[in-house]
Ligand binder design. Sequence first.
Ligand SMILES: [Zn+2]
Length: 406
Amino acid sequence: MGILEAGHAIVHGKIVEGLQLPFPRDEYYETVIIPGFSDAHMHPQVVDAGLDGGRVWSNSYEWIEERRLRVDEAGVRSDLELSARLARAVYKRALLEGVTLVAVTGNVEANVRAWLSLSIAPRAVFLPTIMKRKGWPTLSRAEMLLKKLRGMLDDGFARVGVFIHSIRLAGPDQLYQAVSRARELGGLVGLHLGEGVPEAAEYFRITGGVPLGVRVVAVHCISDPDPRAYGLLCVSCPATNLILYRRTRSSLRGVTSFGSDWPLLIGTVARHLPLIARVFPGFLDGTFRRATIGGYRDYGIPHGGDLVAYDVPPERIPESFHAPKLVMVSNRIAVHEGRLVESGESLTEVERSIRALIREAIEAHPAPGAPLRGDPIEEASRALQAIASSCTPGAARRGCRSPAGL
Ligand SMILES: [Zn+2]
């Protein structure tokens, strides 16, 4: 038995000097983060964002109705085999970027199948998306799926719940049902809320609040001053908020964790940390806390033995993205020397396979009508880079101007 030694550790958001932990051999790292990053909201089957030349949308409903996608989303999600390969690539990317907990929406069968196919995966929260649209399940269909899956997942590494797409697209009736029956459905309800339109009061009017013993996790919550007033937790997704709406929440008050939304296109929360630190400067402890233990607390997931280790000092981590050297989930080594232990793949290799998978998805399930040119990854990364360089902290909260040439 050896010792894992670190110059600094970031434990639940607090930077402390010096750390020693038992480890199979002697190893030294500059920084260890405990637990690893939590990505509290992601869609593993989103292969295109329909950014339409950098248009600024006023809210999520407008974006969903008017965006022009290269891909038929219902087609992708009904393709169980492809959806599972997309999710598997997301989990690998998450581990390589330092994420030890993911909360995934979308096709639950595919997401669980992919998770079970890895010998070491991030801890996971599975939330099937419920929406009144062709190709998406109703609450009762999702309940049947969850019943089938729950037995396989009852090991402390995963939880299930339901994800009400949004009040308008899933309907107030399904929101009411999901919240009032949440305990039978896994105790967790997620929903997109306040993404350009204030909705927290409407949530309260429909549901009467949050029942005891249930966690309701609102995602985005840009447009409501403080979701805690309604008993809601709030996952902020600053990267996609800024890409789509050029604005994000005005402060971290009320934000309990962060999500990446589109991990295939723009990477996970660990990659967005520099952007978040720039938009909310001076709150490094709070930013790290929300980005790591925050998601675990929101979903009630244990974190013992989860850590991420770097060969750079702590102050460098929020400056720019650094791939971790070591990632552990429940004391098991998932990533060592920047490569997945299971497959030997590096982050660059996984990113290359994601690119190929996205091409495959668009070719196999093209959107009806004239296909759009261009690469969804390039488009989304360009948008994110332009935001990062043009959005000053104050402007990001009030609303950034649209960067030219997007
Ligand atoms: Zn989302």
